[in-house]
Design a binder for this molecule. Sequence first.
Ligand SMILES: [Zn+2]
Length: 331
Amino acid sequence: MHKDLEQLKQQLPLLEYLQRRQWTARQVGDGDEFVGLCPLHFETRPSFFVNVRKNVFYCHGCHRGGDLIRFVELSERLSFRESLARLDLDRAAGDDAAVLARTVAFFQLQLQRCSEAAHYLEKRGLHHADLITELGLGYAPGGNLRRHLADYGYSFERLAQIGLINPHGREAFCRRVIFPCVQEGQVINLYGRSIGAAFPHRLLPRAKGGLFAWDSVSAFSSVILVEGLFDLAVLWQAGFRNATCAIGTHLTPAQWSQLCDQPGRIVHLAFDQDANQAGQQAARLLARRLQSAGLKARIVHLPPGQDPNTYFAAGATASDFLHCIDRAESL
Ligand SMILES: [Zn+2]
């Protein structure tokens, strides 16, 4: 037990754990210590110290201190045993995230090499190289990922468990543009958009996580919610950095509570204008739900048959879209 604990703490260094949870700190001198605001209570002057060599914290404000497990006990209000279970989950998620991050890096390289993928992005109206890099976009040509990851020591079973290959050894993503879904600095899933005849959308069989890029979007009091990641990409490209995406029209409970984390927030629903009304109906239902939760929902109408991505790809400008936002329907 004691050895396991030491191993757990080594694998999840306290400073990294805190930084993944948006704790910002500065190094004290050139020593082993970092200082920042105490995450355990409200304060305006930093009094929370982390010693990276000893892997412990101490707060001069609330006089509490200890190791990672103690921190989880205090911050999550869990027992020692519950904290250990939580950290074990974190560790497993961290292991998967490392494999997924390596996969993303490989797909990013493939994107630069495959002209068919570059042409596809161009066709979808996405051309800012900086944004493509920022979103971590990649391309899965199919057939070469398994060998690449084997070079890093990842077994067939491991990749199958994560869902990157199926039990027959076929790769999950083949001829797909890949968007990494990142949460608290870790890749937790991959979304692949087919550029060929295969079914357009695919996620790995694991949690899709929170709203896309919520770390940066959550600060806005007015947000734009779209169905697809290409919608989000063209909106960001046009300067609408307050756009987020649930990947589909259905919000998971986690995504729902993110959207509701700021009372009075204005949510512009810019879903697909489908011929069968699916997008419009989903928007209307969600709008009502948001209104009853105390948010202000607005339904954005685009020309018939369009979604934000096709709208921009067809030549719409930022001011055209702004016009749609201004004329959005309130309930
Ligand atoms: Zn404190």
